[in-house]
Ligand binder design. Structure first.
Ligand SMILES: [Ca+2]
Ligand SMILES: [Zn+2]
Length: 743
């Protein structure tokens, strides 16, 4: 197309306009944040997410939201603290302090003054000695919502934070023991650890006509707390086999049914009340009818967390959450590994419990994110951890149970779970403004495949350091005990309740424990099982100090995990090695494995606000709380020991990252074909083309260049030509802006 003089003038104007606009946009996008120092933060903890695995799945194209995040965030692998356990690393992550300072040295902590076998929960905030960031934020006048985080235990922080500013939840504390636990209602006695029911002919049921004509019917019942719930199995087509199951609390009345299910169907959350030991609880259990067969009946009920226990500090908000979220999505808070490993449910149903778990945390998070005012919002999802424990070992060809033709299926289950998390992150991104809010995503460790589960107390028993009589530990004959997560305690007189080891014998017992453990070898390969066996003094090098640290601290090599409890004894020898078995035991783990392995590395990602893009190298979990404090514009948590990560735009980033993300090839702009009116006074709706081009060039600018307005007069100019030239102009402008920014 030939351009007239008028056209040339207009063309030049467009060119100049684009140059000015684009350089301005490039410059301002990267410089406005420098003047404004405070941002809101959404902090998502994805339990067990390993950086390399997450990155590789993203590269494969399975995780569109993470792809966007990786292209636009500061990110890198994260080293974690030892023990590489969830409670330990969340405590260090929330405080910026090492385990010796947080006091959370294990998921189960042994305290002096108690019997050597006694522990308290490391997830309970009451045992967190260092200051978590929600307390720091509260005393800085910021508003925080903690949807879920280990140690966010609401009663533990009562009086230490203002309920007006700081809303704390911890759904894992909502538990009626033992009623809340999931179960399988079945008449098949071959299925272990289930709730066994009897099925008989249905008698005295009311309103059965609500189901249509019933040819034949059977019934059963089970106890839920102090209540009786009835089951009605109806044959609706005359083949003498049931077709529908009706679930009714209290009365044999179909009109009062909470659910009518066919085989393979899930119920909605059944929002109702149950009575247990005289107290009425609000619950919302979900059921799945696994098998509708009179001779082999299987009805699964998921974990049933109650509303009215101490899992929140703001009743009004919790009630809102219950009625807007939980009545829709239920209360799954982990993939149900117990149901899977006992054969109550198959792998695909297990994956449904994983899905509902992620959905629960996602919907809970998005609800409070959108309906409350906050400066810091902390949340969590356990699902990657869940599926790693069950399936990750299947991906390692050096594991004895590896099957080549099954590996890809289990790999796809892990990928599917990352896709659930991708949806969670997508929901967050759609609900925040990255100009004023930073999204931080971290994990707490990765996992190693497990070949053998090693019972440390079996080793100590076989060395005559532990005595077991009548299935119980004989404390008066026990010199040492493995508590959990690497810690072995001497049963020391004057320190342990009912301790028997005299202080002058202490070193002998410690040395005996160490010598015994050093002799342990893999039964197949004769390789050592432990990476380290340290005295309490030596464990200081792992940032473990104080009275909660074991007298001997061990870590297993990748391929093994340590367990405790009372060992199984056969022919007067305790069984040390239990082979890991897919779908029966865990086949991957963390906790007693040193964080030196790449498999154990966690993930750090920060996106939005002043945060620059690119790979930032390996970071430490101790950097996270100081980094978030810096973004929020508040002091670091009182006990934090590390500095904020240099991820702000004005700080220097490792140069290789710039090369990696900013030398992309610009794609074609041939998609715009619209004709421009005689006089252009409209907005050029070239968003798609422009955005694409810019994304390929300098990604963070993409959203800024939404629309560009110009008012020059151009006659009979086709936009495809204009667009090509405009893009060139834009890139020239971009370069100018980029150079200006770099200065
Ligand atoms: Ca039938
Ligand atoms: Zn974890």
């Amino acid at each position: 197309m030939r351009l007239g003089d008028k056209g040339k003038l207009g063309f030049t104007l467009v060119l100049v306009t684009f140059m000015i606009l684009s350089s301005f946009i490039f410059y301002s996008a990267n410089s406005t944040s420098v003047t404004d120092n405070k941002y809101k933060v959404v902090w998502l903890s994805v339990d067990s997410a390993n950086y390399y695995r997450l990155y590789n799945l993203t590269i494969e194209g399975l995780l569109p939201t993470f792809r966007f995040i990786f292209e636009n965030s500061a990110h890198g692998p994260m080293t974690v603290v030892y023990p590489s356990a969830t409670a330990v690393n969340h405590a260090s992550k929330a405080t910026g302090a090492p385990p010796g300072a947080t006091g959370i040295v294990a998921n189960s902590i042994h305290l002096p003054g108690t019997t050597v076998t006694s522990t308290v929960s490391g997830f309970n905030g009451a045992y967190l000695i260092a200051e978590p960031i929600w307390v720091t934020a509260d005393r800085s006048g910021l508003r925080t919502v903690v949807v879920s985080f280990p140690q966010s235990t609401p009663p533990a922080w009562s009086g230490k934070v203002s309920v007006d500013r700081t809303k704390l939840f911890n759904i894992y504390d909502a538990f009626i023991s033992p009623v809340s636990s999931s179960t399988l209602y079945t008449n098949n006695r071959n299925i272990p650890r289930a709730t066994y029911i009897a099925i008989s002919d249905a008698l005295n049921w009311k309103n059965t006509d609500r189901l249509g004509y019933v040819y034949n019917a059977w019934e059963s019942s089970f106890r839920l707390g102090d209540s009786t719930w009835y089951l009605y199995l109806a044959d609706l087509n005359g083949d003498n086999k049931p077709d529908k199951l009706v679930i009714v609390p209290e009365d044999k009345d179909i009109a009062k049914a909470l659910a009518v299910l066919g085989e393979g169907e899930w119920s909605k959350p059944l929002n109702t009340t149950i009575v247990f030991r005289g107290t009425t609880y609000i619950v919302a259990p979900m059921f799945k009818l696994i098998k509708l067969d009179v001779d082999d009946f299987r009805l699964y009920r998921g974990i049933m967390r109650p509303y009215n226990t101490a899992w929140f500090n703001d009743e009004r908000l919790a009630w809102e959450v219950w009625n807007n979220v939980i009545v829709r999505v239920g209360t799954f808070t982990d993939g149900d590994w117990f149901a899977l490993t006992n054969g109550w449910i198959d792998v695909e149903t297990y994956m449904e419990t994983v899905y509902y778990t992620n959905l629960f945390f996602k919907e809970f998070t998005l609800y409070v994110l959108r309906s409350t005012k906050w400066d810091l919002l902390m949340t969590y999802t356990p699902v990657i951890d869940n599926v790693y424990h069950q399936f990750l070992g299947m991906l390692y060809s050096n594991m004895p149970y590896y099957k080549h033709d099954e590996a890809s299926y289990y790999r796809s289950l892990i990928a599917r779970t990352y896709m659930y998390v991708d949806e969670f992150v997508k929901g967050i991104l759609e609900s925040i403004d990255p100009r004023n809010t930073v999204l931080v995503i971290t994990s707490d460790h990765g996992q190693c495949p497990v070949k053998y589960i090693v019972n440390i107390n079996a080793i100590l028993y076989n060395a005559n350091l532990i005595s077991i009589r009548g299935g119980a530990v004989a404390l008066n004959e026990t010199k040492a005990w493995y508590v959990s997560h690497g810690h072995i305690f001497v049963n020391l007189a004057g320190r342990e309740d009912r301790g028997i080891v005299r202080p002058e014998e202490y070193l002998d017992v410690v040395n005996q424990v160490i010598k015994t453990l050093q002799e342990v070898r893999d039964p197949d390969t004769n390789e050592p099982v432990f990476d380290i066996i340290l005295t309490r003094d030596q464990a200081v090098t792992l940032n473990l100090w104080g009275p909660r640290v074991g007298d001997v601290v061990i870590a297993t090599r990748c391929g093994y995990t340590a367990t405790g409890g009372i060992p199984t004894i056969r022919d007067s020898r305790a069984i040390v090695f239990t082979p890991a078995a897919p779908l029966r035991t865990l086949i991957a783990d963390h906790g007693t494995i040193l964080p030196t392995y790449r498999d154990l590395h966690g993930t750090f990602i920060a996106y939005g606000g002043p945060v620059k893009r690119g790979y930032i190298g390996v970071v430490s979990i101790l950097n996270i709380a100081p980094t978030i404090s810096e973004i929020l514009g508040i002091d670091r948590p009182r006990d934090s020991t590390s500095a904020p990560l240099p991820i702000r735009i004005e700080t220097l980033v490792i140069p290789t990252t710039i090369t990696a993300t900013e030398t992309r090839i610009i794609e074609s702009t041939a998609t715009v074909t619209r004709t421009i009116p005689t006089t252009i006074t409209t907005t050029l709706q070239t968003t798609t083309t422009l955005t694409r081009t810019i994304e390929s060039t300098v990604t963070s600018i993409a959203t800024v260049l939404a629309t560009i307005t110009q008012t020059s007069t151009v006659e009979k100019l086709r936009l495809d030509t204009l667009a090509v030239v405009a893009i060139i102009a834009l890139l020239v402008g971009a370069s100018i802006g980029f150079i200006m920014r770099k200065r």
